[in-house]
Design a protein around this ligand. Structure first.
Ligand SMILES: Cc1cc2nc3c(=O)[nH]c(=O)nc-3n(C[C@H](O)[C@H](O)[C@H](O)COP(=O)(O)OP(=O)(O)OC[C@H]3O[C@@H](n4cnc5c(N)ncnc54)[C@H](O)[C@@H]3O)c2cc1C
Length: 473
């Protein structure tokens, strides 16, 4: 695609729409919008535009389309696949100023939120009405509702409520030419044609700019019990996870941390895990290796105390569990969660990882966890795989660091993702394709599917202005 020219006339037009203070051009002002959270993906942009509402977003897109300027939509910039930053000199459309939470509709248990509302603000807004947002993830203070829909974010409660697409009951978006499409009534039954909310969920900014979202909310589950369980092997953890899913109706989250990642996070926190083979003072200088051990965090949540239900299920796992710690009060539960919540940050502090976020069929999960370190090392002998993830959904985050925290060889990504496809898994569980996995999309999608994707893209964005480096090869 030939890119357009950003001239004085266009800048004047954009300034007239959003105000001079929201058109950023100086490199020191645009730098933060040009590098992603992992620091692996960095580019540059001549222009960041920060619209304040749907009408401004539409007028901005209309002006950019007339000038044929490609654009990267950006929310909280916490995406992990390089999809939120300008890698080829695109303009950036920052959606964070669309941060209005409309009143909760308590009759319908729904709320309409601006695309730039952070997940943490959405959670607090819903909680004031005794309701909760169905998706939760560790980047909650920065990740925006628009970005979460655009990536179909998953997180820790998918096993109970589904991913972001399952929360969307209405959407408003601006198309590439500035047209506004809005369908926000939130009717639970509404079979009046194509579901644009479902289409935009997971579209990674390639089909439209999401400006407002109507979300389904859920009753809060204030009573909680959390268990940290240690296992000798990944296979034992996978068997236990299946039993917990079957046996605990109030199961709210089921997360895993495998040995190398547990050693790293316990060193980062300066605290050894209370159960399992890394006890004692191992956090002071543990070998960061994948020794085969595994930990599960299982959380039950309900309107009434779920601890008996969780405790009974854990007792039934006596043959598999090496050791268990159960916590009920918020501070003690938080201490257990710290070993999961801080893994991403601990890895980021150790270097620039390649992040491979994958799902495996349940029957191949343990085989994958045991086999993937060899696959990584066959490609880059010095690389270090660190595994954790949302085990209740079959979702493993394979993070790979090179020596001294440097990036591993690029070939590692291909080798791991091919292994995933061979085992019948998905090369992207929840982070999306972005630019990071563009060249591997064919491992999961047939030529016919990719042709259908391209046809949809051409229909909604014929010039290819929206996130041109993302998702579609
Ligand atoms: C510590 C940490 C933990 C995380 N945990 C999880 C997790 O458990 N589960 C999970 O799924 N993800 C997780 N992530 C990844 C990330 O938080 C999610 O992908 C999130 O949905 C991104 O939201 P964002 O607002 O930051 O979007 P951005 O990073 O700004 O953008 C992500 C993509 O969406 C597009 N986009 C953004 N806003 C819009 C919009 N308004 N309209 C159209 N397109 C848009 C961008 O172009 C880009 O392609 C984690 C990230 C971090 C840093």
């Amino acid at each position: 695609m030939s890119t357009g020219v950003i001239d004085a006339g266009l800048i004047d037009e954009l300034t007239g729409i959003v105000g001079a203070v929201h058109v950023l051009r100086a490199p020191e002002m645009t730098a933060g919008y040009s590098i992603d959270w992992t620091r692996r993906f960095a580019g540059a942009t001549p222009l960041v535009i920060r619209p304040g509402d749907t009408a401004e977003t539409a007028a901005v897109m209309s002006a950019l389309a007339a000038a044929r300027v490609p654009v990267v939509p950006q929310g909280g910039n916490t995406g992990l696949v390089g999809g939120s930053v300008p890698l080829a000199g695109e303009a950036v459309l920052s959606m964070r100023r669309l941060n209005i939470c409309e009143p909760v509709d308590e009759l319908a248990s729904q709320v309409t939120l601006g695309a730039g509302v952070t997940l943490a603000d959405a959670q607090a807004h819903a909680a004031a009405s005794g309701l909760s947002v169905g998706v939760d993830l560790a980047a909650r203070d920065s990740a925006t509702i628009g970005g979460m829909v655009a990536t179909n974010a998953g997180g820790i409660n998918v096993l109970r409520y589904g991913a972001m697409r399952a929360q969307v009951v209405g959407i408003e978006a601006v198309l590439a030419d500035g047209t506004v499409v809005s369908h926000l009534a939130g009717l639970e039954k509404d079979n009046t044609g194509y579901d644009l909310g479902s289409l935009l969920a997971g579209s990674e900014g390639t089909l439209g700019i999401i400006t407002r979202v109507r979300l389904r909310l859920h009753p809060t589950q204030p009573e909680r019990a959390t268990a940290l369980l240690a296992f000798e092997t990944a296979a034992d953890a996978v068997s236990a996870a299946a039993a917990l899913r079957r046996g605990v109706a109030s199961l709210h989250a089921l997360e895993a941390v495998f040995e190398g990642a547990m050693a790293l996070v316990s060193r980062h926190l300066g605290v050894a895990p209370p159960v399992g083979r890394l006890g004692g003072d191992s956090h002071r200088n543990p070998p960061i290796e994948d020794g085969g051990g595994a930990w599960l965090i299982a959380e039950a949540a309900a309107r009434t105390d779920p601890s008996d239900e969780l405790g009974a299920a854990v007792e039934e796992l006596a043959d598999l569990v090496v050791d268990a710690a159960v916590a009920l009060d918020p501070a003690a539960r938080q201490r257990l969660w710290a070993f999961r919540d801080n893994v991403t940050e601990a890895i980021s502090a150790a270097g620039i990882p390649h992040k491979l976020d994958v799902t495996l069929p349940a029957a191949r999960l343990a085989e994958f966890v045991d086999g993937v370190p060899d696959v990584v090392r066959a490609t880059d002998p010095d690389a270090q795989p660190l595994l954790f993830g949302h085990l209740g959904d079959g979702n493993v985050h394979v993070n790979v660091l090179g020596p001294g925290g440097a990036e591993p060889a690029d070939e590692v990504d291909d080798a791991v993702l091919r292994y995933v496809a061979e085992l019948g898994g998905s090369i992207s569980a929840e982070h999306g394709i972005g630019t990071a996995k563009l060249s591997q999309l064919h491992l999961n999608r047939s030529e016919a599917e990719l042709a259908a994707f391209s046809a949809i893209k051409r229909a909604l964005d014929p010039v290819g202005l929206l996130n041109p480096n993302v998702l579609l090869p």
